[in-house]
Design a protein around this ligand. Structure first.
Ligand code: SAH
Length: 367
């Protein structure tokens, strides 16, 4: 049965024409789906009963099922979501506890700023050396309905309202390899999340950037860089062989950046790989080509999936950030939230069965 979630108002109107012929019905149904967070047609009580029944017989509301959830003490919560065909993806709910001291105990109380991190694919073909999702291999593209469905399920579960959330496309997958559905999802989300509060993170897919640049609802752009020369970047991020740094930066210079906006570059900092002072200087020279800021993300380690990669010491993280800053770059160190819930950057792996035991950690016996 067709899913109504990913349809624009004109498409929804066409789809439901036979059972709901009046032109205002599509907008009415969308208000139920969005403002009122409805999960079923029978809830839509201002539609005639016969119409609700006819809709329920012919259409689904493809909200993913919550297969499991795990909370972290910092308020982050990871949701394992199951799609209609049984495929599983992860979405993460985060609260900005710095700006909102009350947020840690809040479930999205009025005024609380929350962030929802969405997946765009069920897996990822890019195989970045530092990312656990890449260990899964490629997975299918999510539909626009499945993308906004993640947002709506988290909105229901965490009870946040229409203008309370930021959205980041930083979950599983490469959004610019699914730019058509991600673009439709951005259009749908725009009814309650301003594109200014939406950020899309990409490994740097040049044709995808060009397609996104032409869309009306353009999110803020974050680009995962993590290396400042082609040889290192191709080793860490094989996608660099297809879209090397020169092509990527040429595309970024063409990106229609709004006044006062900047491109964010993400730099996963890995001990002995990309944390040298010389590398920081090279990075600074690269990003100074554009209005830019750099987010340094100390690697989230995984003994099981990334056994050879280590996070640098806090002193080394600090030194790297200071070198960048001395070179005139605006830099923020992002210590990931959601670490105990395995919900931090690079840790999402939706295909795993819920409750599957983790590999034993090697601990000293203390004797
Ligand atoms: N494919 C997109 C979005 C998913 S990754 C992209 O590459 O940007 C979201 C962010 O998490 C990226 O900046 C990525 O570099 C970062 N990341 C991946 N693995 C990580 C890890 N192990 N530790 C910290 N950050 C990681």
């Amino acid at each position: 049965m067709p899913d109504v979630l990913g349809l624009s108002i004109p498409d929804l109107q066409r789809a439901v024409r036979e059972v709901a012929p009046e032109p205002y019905r599509a907008a009415q149904i969308q208000r139920w789906l969005w403002e009122r967070r409805a999960a079923s047609f029978p809830e839509m009580t201002d539609l005639p009963r016969a119409m609700r029944e006819a809709l329920a017989e012919r259409f689904t509301i493809g909200l993913p099922r919550v297969a499991s959830r795990s909370a972290s003490v910092d308020g982050a919560e990871k949701f394992l979501l199951e799609l209609a065909d049984g495929v599983r993806v992860e979405a993460v709910f985060l609260v900005d506890s710095k700006r909102h001291p009350a947020a840690e105990t809040s479930d999205g109380a009025p005024g609380t700023r929350v962030t929802v991190c969405l997946s765009s694919q069920a897996g990822c073909a890019l195989d970045c050396a530092f990312c656990v999702t890449g260990r899964l291999g490629s997975g299918r593209n999510l539909t626009a309905g499945e993308i906004v469905g993640q947002y709506l399920v988290l909105a229901r579960e965490k009870r946040f309202g229409p203008r309370e959330a930021n959205v980041v496309f930083m979950g599983m997958g490469e959004p610019l390899l699914n730019v058509a559905c991600v673009g439709t999802a951005l259009d749908l989300l725009a009814r309650e999340v301003s594109p200014r509060r939406t950020t899309l993170s990409t490994a740097g897919i040049v044709p995808g950037l060009e397609a996104l640049a032409r869309r009306a609802h353009r999110p803020n752009l974050a680009v995962s860089l993590s290396a400042a020369d082609d040889a290192t970047r191709s080793r860490l991020m094989p996608v660099n062989r297809t879209h090397p740094l020169a092509d990527l930066f040429a595309a970024l210079k063409r990106w229609p950046l709004e006044k006062g906006r900047r491109v964010t570059f993400e730099w996963v900092l890995i001990a002995g790989v990309n944390d040298a002072p010389e590398t920081a200087r090279r990075l600074a020279a690269l990003v100074r080509q554009l209005p830019a800021e750099v987010n340094v993300i100390p690697l989230n380690e995984s003994a099981r999936w990334l056994p050879d990669l280590k996070r640098p010491s806090p002193a080394a993280v600090d030194a790297f950030a200071r070198t960048l800053s001395r070179c005139g770059v605006d830099v923020t160190v992002r210590w990931s939230k959601g670490l105990e819930a395995d919900a931090a950057c690079g840790q999402l792996r939706g295909r795993e069965a819920p409750g599957r035991p983790k590999p034993p950690e090697i601990r000293s016996s203390g004797t």
